[in-house]
Design a protein around this ligand. Structure first.
Ligand SMILES: *Cc1c(COP(=O)(O)O)cnc(C)c1O
Length: 428
């Protein structure tokens, strides 16, 4: 698989190199040169396969012969060794596609766990690798658990202090061992900037074998394509005919993966890019002006991102496929409306959480009568226990693994958004 840097077409790398270095020159994102395409009958064949068999096939179409198929199979089986997507009907023509049945109860388990397999594959020679990543909530847990106790891998995670839920924090800041966590007195965007600066620092890159596990990493995106196929396989043929998928977006990795699935030929009619009050993309789609404002804290905190990393990939894919950007549904939902939608969902008999509720609201408004809609359930409601319990007046019980970590002390460093301090920790 060959990829090019979106900022310099002539910087081209293979899949394993792209996974290893994360970003290209000038912090450019890597994008596949060849986009695999499945014919209608191939899609039909694949829909009949089980999730793991199909996922190996999808990933091998991108990765090609860079990883032996028997090994790739082992990695995929290992990475996706947890319950896959579940479709839960909410109204006559809307269902939630729950992607949160993995070990850290968010869809990020799919990408992070596959990436961990690829990093281990690359890391056979006992070199030290440092995974440096910023999280707005759920990436941290998924990455920390995916790499916990992995040999020769150190994980350093930056997150905005006080801007993620206590349970989210407990889930990855209590592990210790090879997991270092740093609470930054600032926003997620500032955390993301610090990570970018680190990747620009040659000394750091060399001495620590720096690698990002952000959704900018192509291995995570490719893994996420697999659950779109599974969601399609799980719905009935009638529902497949006019399928609309609404995605709660932060860094736009999830949307990028969905669009890649469509580009391969999976018949998804359209997507809705749903954001909270951090509405850089919806405003851009409306006005044509890219104008990020300061990041705002909301109750859907994993989407509190005003400079979404993956947007250039979305634009590139539209350009490559000659799709029109105006066919992309979009919208921004305030906390007030999100709260109302959570209550509406409860009335329909479905306990959800703020991220999915944002996607549900826009789907409900934009779906046509003859269409079938899925909104993605990106995290388990228990991860936002306090918010959900307060709004819905219900009790949500903790699954076992959360029960354990909720009692453990937080081991994070606390620092101002100052790169020299991060560097010191990374070199220590
Ligand atoms: C990360 C996350 C999102 C945003 O996903 P992107 O791929 O960054 O757009 C949405 N919801 C939850 C619960 C998340 O953890």
């Amino acid at each position: 698989m060959k990829l090019y840097n979106l900022k310099n077409y002539y910087e081209q790398v293979n899949f394993l190199k792209a996974v290893k270095i994360g970003l290209g020159e000038n912090q450019g994102l890597f994008f596949p040169i060849d986009l695999p395409i499945l014919h209608k009958n191939q899609i039909e064949e694949m829909i009949e396969m089980d999730f793991l068999t199909r996922s190996v096939k999808i990933l091998s179409m991108f990765i090609g012969n860079e990883i032996e198929i028997s090994k790739l199979k082992k990695y995929v089986y290992h990475a996706f060794s947890f319950p896959g997507p579940k479709i839960i009907p909410v109204t006559k023509n809307i269902s939630c596609c729950e992607l949160f049945h993995g070990p850290t109860l968010a869809f990020k388990d799919f990408g992070a766990r596959f990436m961990a397999q690829i990093i281990s594959h690359l890391n056979k020679k006992n070199n030290i690798v440092t995974i440096l990543t910023a999280t707005s909530g759920d990436t941290g847990a998924a990455v920390a658990h995916a790499f916990y106790k992995a040999k020769n891998v150190r994980v350093v995670i930056l997150y905005p202090q006080g801007k993620i839920s206590l349970l989210q924090e407990k889930l990855f800041c209590t592990l210790g061992e090879n997991i270092t966590t740093i609470a930054i007195d600032g926003s997620f965007d500032e955390c993301q900037e610090l990570v970018k600066t680190a990747f620009h620092d040659d000394e750091l890159r060399k001495k620590t074998g720096l690698n990002s596990a952000n959704s900018i990493n192509i291995s995570r995106l490719l893994a996420q394509i697999c659950y779109y196929f599974e969601a399609y396989a799980l719905i009935n043929p009638e529902q497949r005919r006019n399928l609309v998928i609404s995605i709660p977006c932060g860094n736009f990795g999830n949307l990028t993966a969905g669009l890649l699935a469509k580009s391969m030929g999976l018949p998804i009619k359209s997507f809705i890019a749903a954001t909270n009050a951090n509405d850089t993309v919806p405003r851009f789609l409306k006005t044509g002006l890219w104008k990020p404002y300061n990041c705002i804290s909301t109750i859907s905190n994993a989407m509190d991102i005003s400079r979404p990393n993956n947007w250039p990939r979305v634009e590139e894919l539209f350009h490559r496929k000659k799709w029109k950007l105006k066919t992309l549904g979009f919208g921004s939902v305030s906390d007030e409306i999100t709260t109302e939608e959570l209550l509406k969902l409860k009335h329909m008999g479905y306990i959800s959480e703020p991220h999915a509720a944002v996607a549900y609201k826009l789907l409900r408004e934009q779906i046509q009568n003859h269409e079938f809609g899925l909104f993605l359930g990106t995290a388990h409601p228990v991860k936002f226990k306090n918010i959900v319990e307060n709004i819905l007046n219900v009790k949500i019980s903790l699954p076992k693994n959360l029960k354990l970590s909720s009692k453990m002390p937080i081991l994070s460093h606390y620092i101002k958004p100052d790169f020299s301090k991060i560097k010191k920790i990374l070199l220590s």
